[in-house]
Design a protein around this ligand. Structure first.
Ligand code: ATP
Ligand code: MG
Length: 352
């Protein structure tokens, strides 16, 4: 059974996709079998894995091959389009260069299911024709994860508070909140603190609704837990965040401490403090804090390789310049490695 970890913040551009890709890659380097699940109709994660040109010509856009679904939307289609066939596992992309890493491609058309899912979730089972929808996402991800013997499924989400995200967060086992140190992320903490308890209350009620439990794709009684937050993109000055960023990082930490964690705790979404302790961190400090990737991000996107695995040839650098870049890559490797260790240790501790 795979654990589902969702990357969620309704605020856009805070590094959800970038973190999913780099952290997912690192978790797979640590011998976990990882499935990246692109649940954002923007398909940025799929683009990061396949490359833009390949994305446009890829089979995954087409939908099916030999009767097998090739993206998340096609995977869900039997449920959402009331087809007589059952949901089948998605034929995933094996990511070159990392034998333990797979992608369930996204599709722009997933957005078309948003409204129907919203209605299904509002009615919570009272309309027979819609009762298969709320459980179908978890069902599809589990079915696909089982087919690939996956340990961890990392779910990249769109920046919204829509029905698909409500569902994904609610069916996850764990979630990570990426944030950017600025005024808007500080504002976002307040809205997140309002939204999580509402979603949690809905999911509990849905999980106990007989019609949803008896559906073809039963809505699971999940209990999503906060793994931590990620702060990204600060500009380092002598290795530390510059003063302006530091001010926003401090405010984020205060917001997480004073507003977010109490709200999550109240609805049972925080693990026991010993669990974090065993994993060597505390939920009120960033799970991962990463500096600006600078020019590495462009090479990473060009070659579909994480920041810390770009080769000299891919970087197109030599001599002293290359040495400096490699030193910074090493720092990123250590940061992602430490974060991956925390994730693995926290999940282990949560289950023992
Ligand atoms: N540490 C970093 N250093 C430099 N650039 C970064 C860093 N992290 C992310 N970026 C860049 O910031 C932009 C936003 O990142 P990303 O797409 O991962 O955010 P997102 O939260 O997934 O956005 P969306 O809400 O649109 O899905 C991208 O152009 C990405 O390349
Ligand atoms: Mg994204």
């Amino acid at each position: 059974m795979a654990y589902l970890i969702s990357m969620f913040n309704h605020k856009g551009g805070v590094s959800k996709t970038t973190t999913a890709f780099n952290l997912g890659w690192m978790l797979a380097r640590k011998k976990k079998k990882v499935l990246l699940v692109d649940c954002d109709p923007q398909c940025n994660l799929t683009g990061m894995v396949l490359g833009l040109e390949d994305l446009e010509s890829s089979d995954s856009i087409q939908g099916t091959k030999d009767g097998k679904p090739l993206n998340i939307r096609e995977g869900l289609a039997p449920a959402f389009e009331s087809r007589p066939s059952l949901v089948k596992p998605v034929d995933c992309v094996a990511i070159p260069g990392n034998p333990k890493l797979f992608l369930m491609p996204g599709h722009i058309g997933l957005a078309e299911y948003e409204v129907t899912l919203g209605i299904a979730q509002e009615l919570s089972g009272s309309l027979v024709t819609l009762r298969n929808l709320p459980g179908s996402l978890r069902y599809l991800i589990d079915l696909t994860a089982n087919a690939y013997d996956i340990d961890l499924a990392i779910i990249d989400m769109s920046p919204s508070l829509g029905a698909v995200n409500q569902n994904l967060l609610s069916i996850s086992d764990y979630f990570i909140i990426p944030m950017h140190p600025d005024y808007f992320s500080t504002m976002a903490i307040n809205s997140l603190a309002n939204v999580f308890p509402k979603w949690r209350a809905w999911a509990k009620a849905a999980g106990e609704t007989p019609a949803l439990r008896a559906a073809e794709y039963p809505f699971p009684l999940s209990s999503p837990k906060f793994l931590g937050y990620v702060v990204q993109k600060y500009r380092p000055r002598s290795g530390a965040p510059s003063r302006a960023f530091q001010k926003w990082i401090d405010q984020l930490e205060d917001g997480v401490n004073d507003v977010l964690i109490p709200a999550l705790d109240e609805c049972g979404m925080v693990m026991a403090s010993e669990t974090y302790q065993k994993a060597g961190y505390s939920p009120d400090e960033p799970l991962l804090q990463m500096p600006d990737f600078n020019s590495l991000i462009a090479s990473s996107q060009e070659h579909q390789v994480p920041i810390f695995e770009l080769t000299a040839a891919q970087l197109e650098q030599k001599g002293r310049v290359l040495k400096i870049t490699q030193k910074s890559q090493e720092e990123f490797r250590e940061l992602f490695s430490a974060a991956a260790d925390r994730v693995i240790a926290a999940i282990d501790a949560d289950h023992n």
